[in-house]
Design a protein. Sequence first.
Length: 278
Amino acid sequence: MSGLPPLLRKLLVLLLFLALQTVAVVLLVNNSYFQQNAIMRVVRSWQKQWWEKTSSWTAFTNLRKINDDLFLENNRLRAEVARLSELEHHLAPEATERMAAADSFSFIPARVIRNSVNKQRNYLIIDKGSADGISPDMGVISARGIVGVVSHVSEHYAMIISLLNTDQRFTAELKKTGTFGTLRWNGINYRKVSLSEIPLHIDVSPGDTVVSNDFSLVFPSSIPIGLVISGNLRQGSFLELDVELFSDFKTLRYVNVVSFSGADDLRELTATETEEAL
């Protein structure tokens, strides 16, 4: 190398130095666990920086898509609100009246602490009383139908005349036709009651649903009661229907006492009407 020009000689020395350094690094990485970790940390740091930059861009593009989707959804909801407002404007008056009537009722939850089903006149006792806003003549319902009417109240308890009481009478109707009759228990089967005074010309079939109706002073309308299972001719021109109750009074544990804000006014009018009839 002594005959080479100085510049070329320096260049060759530099290339040889770099080659030897490369070989040394390769040998060091392949044979040293610690050096491998150090180099991998540097590589991971570069990867992390690159990933953060690309993730930021991806998040930005995704955010634009999300904003576009929200804009479209907002427009769809605006259109739906406009449609519902138009529908509300054209609601039938009777539907509005039904909604207003529903607002007249409130409910007081209670637990059944005593119950009977094997007597002719059955009663229940619940763990709520006058201190909870309960008073006589309030209706009592469960998740599966009518239970009875409050008869006596103490501060913390109330007695309920059960639907399974031969002295009780309720007004109920066939859901399909709106035809109403008198609902009562015959004192035999705790799962069955009868609906009487149904005119012969009414279309009724086994499986039809019986519900409470608007004439009741203690229950909201359309509370499910049971299903028609059969019918018999009574008094020549009326049917008496056998109805299987939805409620199983033997397993009754929780009820709701119905508070009707207009009950006192209606009872006063009913009493006046009765006096005038006499």
